[in-house]
Design a protein. Structure first.
Length: 255
């Protein structure tokens, strides 16, 4: 007589339903945590890249006695990442600074905007501090006056972040990461990605005025830019580790 094999034990439909419910609950709890972790990683990468750029700009000043102009935003292999004369707003000149292309982008792979004060890019700058010989102030990086096209950064209330304004120090450059949305950043054709949010529109203009304010995801108040700015004196003191020293009257020649 043939023996009928016993059926192997298995899961009932109820047990499978319970397991699926548990998996769903675990997934529902862990997904927001993973999403927040990925978001924080991108923010951290943006902050790291901005820090590297600021340090590279300080090193450039120590070597060349001036800041580099911006790189053209339109991506072309022969000009990408190279400083372009007289360009005050554009992309980070990463090749000129000796940085990899990835550092010129934020954590979301959007180009970081770089705006620089024209007077501090002047090719005639030959000294960092007071020269040993008789030289006019316009040739000394630490004695240049902010007299033509100031870089202005305002807070959420429309007030200047440099208040009260210093007669001898001013914003040297501004760096902007345009957030997860990428709105207002340059695309590879050199065009700004569209945005309809007021403060992001200001940060995408070319009038040397920018907004630095807390991030907000709320409707009309949406703002996800990371804006960092450095004054000339802070650039020299904190990043270049060589604080500015000036003559009492920069308009006078050294005797």
């Amino acid at each position: 007589m043939r023996r009928i094999p016993k059926a192997l034990p298995g899961f009932s439909l109820l047990e499978m339903a319970i397991v699926l419910c548990i998996v769903g609950i675990i997934g529902g709890v862990s997904l927001p945590v993973l999403t927040a972790t990925f978001k924080q990683q991108k923010i951290h990468r943006t902050e790291q890249n901005l820090a590297q750029i600021k340090q590279a700009l300080a090193s450039y000043v120590l070597n060349y006695k001036r800041l580099p102009c911006a790189a053209p935003p339109r991506y072309r292999p022969e000009t990408a990442g190279l400083s372009e004369a007289h360009r005050m707003i554009g992309c980070v000149p990463y090749k000129t600074l000796g940085l990899p292309e990835s550092v010129a982008k934020d954590g979301y792979h959007h180009w970081i905007t770089y705006a620089v004060l024209p007077e501090l890019t002047y090719a005639g700058l030959r000294y960092l501090m007071t020269p040993d010989s008789n030289e006019v102030a316009e040739t000394v990086f630490c004695e240049v006056k902010n007299s033509f096209t100031p870089l202005e950064v305002r807070n959420q209330y429309g007030q200047s972040v440099l208040s009260p304004a210093s007669p001898t120090d001013f914003i040297a450059f501004v760096l902007i990461g345009h957030g997860a949305s990428g709105q207002g950043s340059f695309d590879d054709e050199g065009q700004r990605r569209p945005t309809f949010h007021p403060d992001k529109i200001i940060n995408a203009r070319d009038d040397m005025v920018f907004i630095d304010r807390p991030v907000s995801m709320a409707g009309d108040n949406f703002f996800d830019d990371t804006v960092q700015w450095v004054t000339r004196d802070n650039l020299m003191a904190f990043y270049a580790q060589k604080p500015c020293q000036r003559r009492e009257d920069p308009n006078q020649l050294v005797n």
